[in-house]
Structures are given as C-alpha cells and as structure tokens.
Design a protein around this ligand. Structure first.
Ligand code: PEP
Ligand code: MG
Length: 581
C-alpha cells in the first residue's frame, strides 16, 4: 500500500481500477526530406496548424456552451500558441534547413519551449507548458504521429493517474468514465483542478509520485476532500474509504435539506460556519453547501495564477464579485500571503534557505508597500458592496499589526481625498499562526477587531514540523497537548477582550475534531466548502456542555496519543457509524 498526500483539488471519494494516461510522447517518423519535397512538407505543416486551430476553436465553443465562458477561456493560450508566427516560422525554416519532416521539427521546437516553461517558479508559466505540450501533440497527430493512451479511449470507468491532464483532454473528460483523478503536477488553480471541480470529479493533484506508484488495472482510491491518494490499499483502508464515500454521497443527496439549516448546537449556541475560498470558481460550491459567508479568502491565488501583478481594478472586480455573491453574509479577505511555499517570480519573493521562516505573509506586504497599498485600495473599494472584513496573515506581534493598520488608514485617507466611497467600518483581524502570537494574544486581542487561528501554520511552528513534509507527517499532530493549550489560550484572551475568535486551518474541517474545538470555546469555523455540511451535521447534534467536558478531559491528558484515543472513542460513541477506526 502506498499513501501519497497532495493537494485536495476536487472533493469526493473515488475508488476503482487505475488507468495510467501517459500521452506525453507521440511517435513521429524521422528521415530525410528530399529538397524538391520541402515545399510540400511545409504546406502539410501549415495544413496541420489550420486543422488544429479549427479543432481547438470547436472545443472552446463546446466548453463555452457546456460549462461556460469562464472555463472556455482556458483554451485561449492554445489558440495563441497555434497562431504564434515565431513557432510557425522557426518550423518552416527548420524543415528547409535540416531537410527533416515537419513533425520532427515542430516537436523539437515546441518541446524546448515547454521544457523552458516547466522550469519556471511561477505556476502560471508551468501551466502554459502544459498548453504547449497539448498543442504539440495535437499538431503532431495531424502530421501522422501516433499517440498511445488518451482519455477519450477510456471505456471502463477508471481512476485516472497521470503526470497532468492536458486542458483539451480534460475538456472531454466525463464523470461516467473518469471516477477520479490523481496527478503528479498541478495546483489548486491549475486547469485540471478547476475543470475537475466543474465536472464534479474527485481529484488530488500535485502528488509528485503517483505515476511511480500506479499500476495499470490495480485498485486505488482518491480522497479529493482531504488530498490523499492510496495505491493498492489494505482491505481496512479500502473499507474505511467506501464508508466515507457512502457518507459523502448520502450527504450530497441530503445537501438541499442541510443547506438552509442554521448551525446551532442542541443547547442553543449559534456557531458561525463559513467557508475557505481560494479561487472565485469555488464560489458556487460555497453557496450550494450553505456556508455562512467566507471566513478566509486566500487572495494569493489570484496573484499566483497570473504572469504579472494584478491591477487594482482586476482585484477590485474580483473582490466585488465575491462580496456581492455572498452578501449580506460576511467575507473575510486575507491580504496577500506569499512566501513559504507560495511563490511568483514577478513578486520578487527572495530565494531563502528557510522560506517558512523568511519573508512571508504580512512581512512581505510590509516590505512591499506598493503591492500592499494596491491590494488594500482594491479591498476598501469593494467594501461598499457587501459585508467585508480584512485579515492579515502571519502576524507575529502588535508592531506588525499596528503598521498594517496604519497603512490601511492611510489608503482610506487617499480614497476619501479622491472621493471614492469606502464602507464606514471595515473590521481588521489578525491570523494567529505562530507561538509568538499565541503568547502575545492578550496584546493582539486588545487592538484587533477579530482573530482567526490558522492551525496549518500554528501546528507547524508550535511543533516545529514542516506542514508539507511527508516524512514528518506523523508528528504533525493537531491533537497535541501544546496545540490544544494554544487554542484554549487564544479563546480565553479573546473572550476577556470581547473579540470574536475563529479557526480557519484544516483542523477546523476535520470532523473528528469538531466537538473538541467547540468544547475549547470556538464558535466560528471556516472550512473547505465541501466540508460545511458534515461539520454542521456534527455540531448540530452536539451540546456545548458535553463538548466542554470532552475538551477539559483532553486538556488534562499528557500525550497526543492519549488525546487521540479519548477523542476517537468519544466520537465513535456519540456518532456511531460516522467514523471508522
Ligand atoms: C493556516 O495556516 O492555517 C491558514 C489557514 O493559512 P494557509 O493554510 O493559507 O497558510
Ligand atoms: Mg497560514
């Protein structure tokens, strides 16, 4: 059994036989082209480009009709590549100069472009490499190249494993034959992820070693909600996931009923259950799953999915669309959180030996007031269109917060002077993600309007364990006594200062932890949109009294193992059949 962790790209659980898609190389014939045949070979190449262009345009039309213009636009870069005069010119010249077949020349030229783009540190350019390879395969197909495995010849419903899936292949992907997707490359904003979400196909991307672990026809499972793929699963792991799959499907069927129900404990305490948002494409799922607004909008993905800095207007339009779609429910917009594992070369994030301890989060924004002020202008302009709050990532102490607040006030003054309206009150919050901010929580809670605990980083820094390292994943323990004490300290300090404290890391969306978190006093959760119904179901059946008793019991335990045993036993007893193990 091999378990790999990647990026949860499209929710749901898929189990089935593996189909490896490896459309990378296409066989093309090589051999000399006689000088008198060069013009005909060049014409064959032009014809192949024309046919390819027609096909991609038709495909674009199909996607536009089926899933909308937003997704159809993903094929525009391919049209640009096919129309690129440089690539055409270079190929025509190479046919003549080298006296080699068009397919051979074109493959070499586009292959070099793709390799160059793949070496980029920006997701945007790496995605373009995929487009270049996709175009290359299509044109080579018209020039007599032969390709092996594609998605369109898939007959048996299968779990597709690939390095990545080309956009034009994804456009043909159907839910009937593709049970799930596991890819080595890609991020949450890559084509594959976006299209899988649009088609409701469970997917995990960025697995890095999925192709190595996959055997054609063997059984595997993909948990697209948690970002895990398991190859050759042990029987009990398979059973656990079948169980989760049934529960997920049942929940999806009951969604309509759960959706509009408030999240209130049985003893009448309101819980605010919002959703985390990374890309605007996820907005429909936030609404469909009945989230109480957006507790964390990770704006960095807006920056990372493009080649240059987004303009103030582009940001304003995106933020406005979101606050209008969700309003009057609140939207917490987190300012840019780059650095760590999120880079874009145009942002000039430095190469560092310890990027998670380096120029990341609010530190980066304070160092680049030009970028920060533009983002704040866009956010403040959008504030008049709904219920908007601003949150700063990686606040280590009061000084950072004060400097950020000062910049917000100065941007507001600029906008006032320009006669641009801004909401009278835009609450400013801090993320609690470091031990320093936990120890200094009383200072922060006094001045910030709200706080939200980012457990992904808080656990990483508290336990000194890399959140993305597979090797140390077993010590990354959310139920560690140090983490529970940190959560309790934050909740108590916020209560003392009358400030709301929420939680928005992945820990908040793990059903097993829901009651303990409630018991620690947390009543504001923000989770992946697809986890909202499940967390709501658990909280609606709990009481704060019993949750507090469980939390007290856990806080008195000395080791993570002890806590986990107690929590698992409790949840299994309270929610029989809900959890396995
Ligand atoms: C966190 O650290 O828990 C968090 C929500 O922020 P991110 O995962 O984007 O670092
Ligand atoms: Mg974080």
């Amino acid at each position: 059994m091999t378990t790999l962790t990647g990026i949860a790209a499209s929710p749901g659980i898929a189990i089935g036989p593996i189909h490896v898609v490896d459309p990378e190389e296409i066989e093309v014939l090589d051999g000399p082209v006689a000088p008198q045949d060069v013009p005909a070979e060049q014409e064959r190449f032009r014809e192949a480009l024309r046919e390819s262009l027609e096909e991609v345009r038709a495909l674009r039309e199909k996607i536009s009709l089926e899933t909308g213009e937003e997704h159809a636009k993903l094929l525009d870069p391919q049209i640009d590549i096919l129309e690129d005069p440089d690539a055409t010119e270079q190929t025509l010249n190479a046919i003549e100069r080298d006296q080699r077949p068009a397919a051979w020349c074109y493959r070499r030229i586009l292959g070099a472009v793709a390799t160059h783009l793949e070496g980029s540190d920006a997701e945007y350019y790496r995605d373009r490499a995929l487009d270049v390879r996709d175009v290359k395969r299509r044109v080579l197909g018209h020039l007599g190249g032969v390709r092996s495995h594609t998605l369109s010849d898939l007959r048996v419903p299968s779990l597709v494993v690939a390095s990545d899936i080309a956009p034009s292949e994804m456009a043909l992907a159907s839910r009937e034959t593709i049970l799930g997707l596991a890819t080595d490359l890609g991020g949450r904003t890559s084509h594959t992820a976006i299209m899988a979400r649009a088609r409701g196909i469970p997917a995990v991307v960025g697995l890095r070693q999925a192709l190595d672990a996959a055997r054609e026809g063997a059984i595997a499972l993909v948990d697209g909600t948690r970002g895990v793929a398991v190859f050759d699963p042990e029987p009990e792991v398979l059973e656990e996931h079948r169980h989760r799959q049934r529960r997920y499907e049942e929940m999806a069927r009951n969604l309509a009923a759960i959706k509009d129900r408030p999240c209130v404990t049985r003893d009448g305490i309101d819980v605010h259950l919002g959703a985390n948002l990374e890309v605007p494409e996820e907005l429909p799922s936030v609404i469909q799953n009945g989230a109480e607004g957006i507790g964390l909008y990770r704006t960095e993905f807006f920056y990372l999915s493009r080649a240059t800095l987004p303009t103030e207007d582009a940001q304003y339009n995106a933020y406005r669309t979101i606050v209008e779609a969700v309003g009057p429910k609140p939207v917490v917009i987190r300012t840019l959180d780059v650095g760590g594992d999120k880079f874009a070369s145009y942002l000039g994030t430095p190469t560092e030996r310890n990027p998670f301890l380096g120029m990341r989060g609010l530190r980066f924004s304070l160092q680049r007031p030009d970028i920060f002020r533009t983002q704040l202008r866009a956010i403040l302009r959008a504030s008049v269109h709904g219920n908007l709050k601003v949150m700063f990532p990686m606040v280590v102490g009061l000084e950072d917060f004060r400097r950020a607040r000062e910049i917000v006030l100065s941007v507001r003054r600029d906008l006032d002077r320009e006669g641009i309206p801004v909401a009278a009150r835009v609450p400013l919050g801090v993320m609690i993600e470091t031990p320093a901010s936990v120890f200094g929580i009383d200072l922060l809670a006094r001045e910030a309007d709200f706080v939200s605990i980012g457990t992904n980083d808080l656990i990483q820094y508290t336990l000194a364990v890399d959140r993305g390292n597979e090797e140390t994943a077993s010590i990354y323990e959310p139920l560690h006594p140090a983490v529970l004490r940190a959560l309790r300290a934050v909740v108590e300090a916020c209560r003392a200062h009358g400030k709301p404290a929420g939680i928005c890391g992945e820990m908040a969306g793990e059903p097993l932890y829901a009651v303990v978190l409630l018991g620690l006093g947390l009543v504001e959760f923000s989770v992946s949109p697809f986890l909202v119904p499940e967390i709501k179901t658990i909280l609606n059946e709990s009481t704060c009294g019993e949750a507090a008793a469980l939390a007290e019991q856990c806080l008195a335990l000395p080791t993570p193992g002890d806590v986990r045993a107690v929590v698992t036993e409790y949840m299994n007893r309270r929610f029989p059949g809900h959890f396995v193990g």
